[in-house]
Design a protein around this ligand. Structure first.
Ligand SMILES: Nc1ncnc2c1ncn2[C@@H]1O[C@H](COP(=O)(O)OP(=O)(O)OP(=O)(O)O)[C@@H](O)[C@H]1O
Ligand SMILES: [Mg+2]
Length: 216
């Protein structure tokens, strides 16, 4: 069970002349699917980087279960509590889908039994069969890679999933099934799911929608 409280959160890249995130005071709770929407450049990916601890606020703070994340051990925080699906997927191209998922289980340091079976189960749950699971990433389509990235984010059972356009390359049917997986994780397993999306249909399926406005 986890939650985020954003307190007067501000962020600007290097020169600090342009504030991308400005005095934000959102809350994210468990049991819910959130979507972050807004124009290209509005700061959606930046917000996910801040929530994942990859970027540090220039002002204000993010509390995760009441603790300021900038004061937590960031590697442990990321590898235990947060599952991330990046826009670029960040999969290892020469490993198979299943090896990518197992590697992520290993990196988390969590005790996970029957890793291979669990990895295959996760890949099946996002619509990839055993043959595809055993193919190397560089031999998979964009949509298939996206699904591997989702399975990988779920691999160590994190409390929070941060996903940047997780269904961006998928057909409507697969998109629906992925969103249903996220809904189930939130509503039945108490996870906090935060999705960036450009799709009004995906946003409509989420419990809460936060709209970022562009500061340009
Ligand atoms: N490393 C960086 N250094 C400087 N500026 C950056 C950096 N990364 C992003 N920006 C700028 O910050 C703004 C917000 O970027 P961000 O990637 O968060 O937008 P986004 O809402 O995710 O857009 P998209 O929908 O296109 O993915 C943009 O104007 C972008 O050019
Ligand atoms: Mg982005």
């Amino acid at each position: 069970m986890s939650s985020f409280i954003l307190k007067d959160l501000c962020y600007s890249y290097d020169n600090k002349q342009r504030e991308i995130i400005s005095h934000m005071n959102y809350e994210f709770k468990d049991n819910k699917v959130y979507s972050i929407v807004g124009k290209s450049g509005a700061g959606k990916t930046t917000l996910l980087s801040l929530l994942s601890g990859l970027a540090k606020p220039t002002q204000g703070s993010i509390l995760f279960d009441g603790k300021d994340i900038s004061k937590l051990n960031s590697c442990k925080y990321r590898s235990n509590f947060i599952g991330v699906v990046f826009q670029s997927f960040n999969l290892l191209p020469h490993l198979t889908a299943i090896e990518n998922v197992i590697l992520s289980m290993d990196i988390s340091g969590k005790k996970i039994l029957n890793k291979k079976e669990k990895a295959l189960e996760l890949l099946n749950s996002v619509g990839l069969d055993e043959t595809t699971a055993n193919r190397r990433i560089l031999k998979l389509s964009g949509g298939e890679q996206q699904r591997v990235a989702i399975a990988r984010a779920l691999s160590y059972d994190p409390a929070v999933i941060l996903a940047d356009e997780p269904t961006g390359n998928l057909d409507v049917e697969t998109e629906n099934s992925i969103i249903k997986i996220f809904q189930k994780l939130a509503h039945d397993h108490g996870k906090c799911i935060i999705l960036v999306t450009h799709s009004p249909e995906v946003a409509n399926m989420c419990d809460v929608v936060y709209k970022l406005s562009s500061k340009n």
